[in-house]
Unconditional design. Structure first.
Ligand code: PEP
Length: 255
């Protein structure tokens, strides 16, 4: 059985006081028997958040990492540093990193490898733009993004990794993929991995991300290949995020 995972991506938001309050509210609201919960805090606040969630079931995640482990890379943060601060997960290839900071498929694959080298579980994001969807290129784009990662890394490295399908047109726009659209692409991702290794595909957690909210989470999470959610804006509100976690907990009982 795939344990559902709900990850909050706080992006570049908050203050030390606000993120620690948010982490505390989420940690104390998480119920036993629910999904795994990961909070991807801004890097500078990882230590503060780690202290707040210590002893709870909530895990720490980062939003990005360097492809290098150490050295003269001014301003970068390495996987070993994230581990040192208590992170277990790291988002890799978020569309904002690809679009705003020019991260290529090749660099995303290198970052995935860097995460695996130090024992971080990557949450690798894939997804098409609206123009690509309208051109009928969704599967080709997702295949290219994922295969670049798979080809550089061994498929065995996907054992503890997570894939997040995040259609770019649904991120931060309030426009959510329909459950059927999410399921179609996520089934495609699983089939792609299964064509190389059925066992790894069966165990792979595939999240949906893109304007997930309390009022649409249950329908998305009811889909066979939607194993959880990567949540942006709604993760900044503890009550709303916990309602999404509750929707994922219902999935634990269904399966
Ligand atoms: C994200 O940034 O990964 C995301 C899914 O954002 P939002 O939920 O705000 O669309």
């Amino acid at each position: 059985m795939r344990i559902p995972l709900v990850a909050g991506n706080w992006k570049m938001n908050g203050t030390r006081a606000s993120v620690t309050a948010l982490a505390g509210a989420i940690a104390s609201g998480c119920k036993a028997g629910g999904p795994q919960v990961v909070l991807c805090a801004p890097a500078i606040y990882l230590g503060a958040v780690a202290e707040v969630i210590a002893g709870s079931s909530v895990m720490l995640g980062a939003q990005n990492l360097s492809d290098q482990d150490a050295g003269a890379y001014t301003g970068e943060i390495s996987g070993p540093m994230l581990r040192d601060m208590g992170a277990r997960y790291v988002i890799v290839g978020h569309s904002e990193r690809r679009r705003i900071y020019g991260e290529t498929d090749a660099l995303v694959a290198e970052k995935f490898e860097a995460a695996r080298r130090c024992g971080l579980a990557p949450i690798v994001c894939v997804g098409e733009t609206l123009a690509e969807r309208e051109a009928g290129a969704t599967q080709a784009v997702v295949r290219r993004q994922l295969e670049t990662v798979i080809n550089l890394n061994k498929l065995a490295e996907f054992e503890d990794a997570v894939v997040a399908y995040e259609p770019v047109w649904a991120i931060g726009t309030g426009r959510t993929a329909t459950p059927a659209q999410a399921q179609e692409v996520q089934a495609f991702v699983r089939a792609l991995v299964a064509s190389r290794d059925r066992r790894i595909a069966d165990g792979l957690r595939i999240l949906y991300g893109g304007s997930v909210r309390a009022d649409n989470a249950a329908a998305l999470l009811a889909q066979a290949d939607v194993d959880g959610a990567l949540v942006g804006s709604a993760s900044l509100d503890a009550g709303e995020f916990l309602m999404i976690c509750a929707a994922a907990a219902a999935r634990v009982k269904i399966k």
